[in-house]
Design a protein around this ligand. Structure first.
Ligand code: PG9
Length: 636
């Protein structure tokens, strides 16, 4: 990063808000000068009308036709009224707004000014129903909207593109099954994909308390009729979220008179559906992503605290289920949606050496839509354009994860050691593979080694971040983990100093042998890059609610103090642990209040009483019969 004299830096910081205001004013002037706004109520096949705002380039005509660019949202297509223009947009980026498309924003069914009933992540219609014959889901609502636009808005070229970030990313994905033939290019960005397994509501069954409490307070307000604005159900501005949620006590207290008070339908659904039942399975859009015809560009951020899983697994599902489809992946060093920010050259203490957001928009996003919707320019990037968060460079691959990766095992050993097997050890260990299906790689030890243990106390859960915070930060995803290492209920393991760079590319599997003195437990495994100065930078972490270790649909209690395998996948990384660094791992059983507390007894957590929350002794085993390890995809 170039050195800036302090005085210049101070002057730049002081002028930043003024510069932002000026650039907003320019956008707003550009918008009014170049686009005409239309507000329309578009009827769906069942008669329900969806409120849609349409920005038509003033020069659109049969001689100068433009493609449609649609965004469907539960977060408001406003401002409402043909004389009301937004201060930004109308495209998802300044670059696309200036390219000019017929931008279409739509309130989805049951949200803001649209009619109908909202459904959380609307389940896709059963297979076999086509968009032409089905009742309705988000695919048919998209189809019907496109049909109406083509017939009713003049000056188009017959092509449609779509994008959306997060929840709107789900609607972009949902446009793909049985897509209207005019839909040519779709970019699901950090799309909500499977809310029980890895996106916003739960990760591997563990409830994301802080985010969902905050989110549903605003999102889940009853809406008897269309409204231009929602008011939160209650005031939620804690100074210290850790203390707030500890004081709140068991989850069921969230429905107390001061909080949801049974007014929030979706909050109740989130909690009532405690397993991966039909409710959640029907809200996993992956199986519906078949027969994909439009070109797809899936976008995600390595530091996305909300829908990292969604980006990676939408790409993977489309790839697997649609051989030959045009489907590409971009993963940048971004938090949720940061690729839309004017500048993303730094994040916390990390510096990337370039404005990664602008690079993406100028070399990938804008060319993608221009090429498929306007025949403008060319678009032929690699299958996967992925940022290496250890070396701060963009890399391209013909597949994601790259075909060249080899799985290596990193064994958790006594005295906090981590041992990485070389590929040659892997081969000999595979040959020695035991008849026990859980022992896939034998470590080089065969004496009985006592497990490492800690006491997990729901009354004193491990915080997810070091500081006192009211709302969830993004920086926890790269935070120095020394604050956690100091706690007696966090186990730390480290390799020797690395003699060579170690590049991990793809998902990491935690393959643990554990026991608990209780009947349930959470496991949080953190993969850490320890720098030569001792900083322990978090690279990836994921939670597993232990009761789901064998099935997300059929939870099982633990037999107290019996060594038990718990195996689960952490989201992908592309990270080079550089020579001279160490790879470190932490294991703990709470991550609060990011994740709700596991009572550590096998009860319904939604209805658990304070008495159900019990201390438990957790053991991590590392003897020959119970080897705990990470399985890591390493690039040679
Ligand atoms: N990731 C957000 C969300 C979606 C669904 C439930 C809760 C949160 C979002 O930003 O849309």
């Amino acid at each position: 990063r170039p050195f800036l004299p302090l005085a210049l830096l101070a002057a730049l910081c002081a002028s930043a808000p003024a510069a932002r205001a000026q650039s907003r004013a320019q956008d707003s002037t550009f918008l009014r000068q170049n686009y005409t706004k239309l507000d329309r109520q578009i009827p769906m096949r069942d008669g329900v009308k969806l409120y849609t705002t349409i920005y038509v380039p003033k020069d659109a005509s049969a001689a100068t036709p433009y493609p449609f660019f649609m965004m469907r949202t539960p977060y408001s297509a406003g401002p409402y009224g043909e004389d009301k223009y937004p201060t930004r947009g109308p495209g998802p980026s300044r670059e696309l707004s200036r390219e000019k498309y017929i931008f279409v924003h739509q309130d989805v069914r049951g949200r803001y000014m649209s009619e109908g009933q909202f459904e959380e992540v609307t389940p896709a219609l059963p297979a076999g129903k086509t968009a032409a014959t089905a009742q309705h889901d988000e695919s048919t609502d998209t189809y019907d909207t496109i049909e109406w636009l083509l017939k009713n808005v003049p000056g188009h070229n017959g092509r449609v593109g779509m994008s959306g970030i997060s929840y709107p990313g789900f609607y972009a994905s949902a446009a793909l099954p049985n897509a209207h033939p005019a839909l040519k290019a779709v970019s699901p960005q950090a799309p909500v994909t499977d809310e029980f397994i890895g996106d916003d509501v739960r990760h591997k069954g563990a409830f994301f308390l802080l985010d969902n409490f905050d989110f549903t307070n605003y999102f889940d307000v009853p809406r008897p009729k269309p409204v231009a604005e929602y008011q939160p159900l209650f005031k939620f501005e804690p100074k210290d979220a850790y203390k707030f949620f500890l004081d709140l006590g068991p989850l069921k207290n969230a429905n107390g008179p001061k909080y949801f008070n049974n007014r929030a339908r979706i909050w109740n659904e989130y909690l009532q559906h405690e397993t991966y039942d039909a409710y959640w399975q029907s809200r996993n859009i992956r199986p519906a992503l078949t027969g994909v015809k439009p070109a797809v560009l899936v976008v995600g951020g390595w530091f996305d605290a909300e829908d990292l899983f969604g980006a990676l697994n939408t790409y993977k599902a489309i790839e697997k289920q649609n051989p030959g489809a045009t489907n590409r992946l971009v993963m940048g060093p971004w938090t949720h949606g940061a690729w839309g920010r004017p500048d993303w050259s730094t994040f916390g203490p990390l510096t990337f050496g370039s404005n990664t957001a602008e690079t993406y928009r100028q070399t990938l996003e804008t060319p993608f839509f221009n090429f498929y919707l306007k025949d403008k320019g060319s678009f032929n990037p690699a299958e996967a354009t992925v940022f290496n968060t250890g070396t701060n460079e963009w890399k391209t691959y013909a597949a994601w994860p790259p075909a060249a990766t080899q799985t290596r095992s990193i064994f958790l050993q006594e005295n906090g050691h981590l041992a990485i097997t070389g590929p040659e050890n892997e081969v000999s260990m595979q040959l020695k593979e035991s008849h026990n299906p859980h022992i896939t790689r034998l470590p080089v030890v065969n004496k009985i080694i006592p497990p490492t243990q800690y006491l997990s106390d729901p009354a004193n859960p491990v915080p997810y971040t070091a500081g006192v915070r009211g709302s969830r930060n993004n920086e926890y995803m790269i935070e120095d983990q020394r604050f956690a290492a100091k706690r007696p209920d966090v186990l730390s393991f480290r390799t020797e100093t690395l003699a060579n760079d170690l590049t991990v590319a793809g998902p990491i599997t935690a393959d643990l042998w554990v026991s608990t003195s209780g009947t349930d437990a959470d496991f949080i495994v953190k993969v850490i890059d320890e720098l030569p100065d001792g900083t322990q930078r978090l690279v990836r972490a994921e939670v597993m609610r232990g009761r789901f270790r064998n099935s997300f649909s059929k939870p099982e209690a633990f037999r107290p103090n019996v060594p038990t395998p718990v195996k689960y996948e952490l989201p992908d990384v592309l990270h080079t642990f550089q020579k001279g660094h160490r790879l470190a791992v932490q294991v703990q059983s709470s991550w609060f209040p990011l994740v709700d507390r596991n009572p550590q007894t096998f009860v319904s957590i939604a209805t658990a009483e304070a008495k159900d929350f019990q201390k438990a002794t957790i053991r991590i085993y590392h003897d020959a019969a119970h080897p705990s390890a990470l399985r890591v995809p390493v690039l040679p």
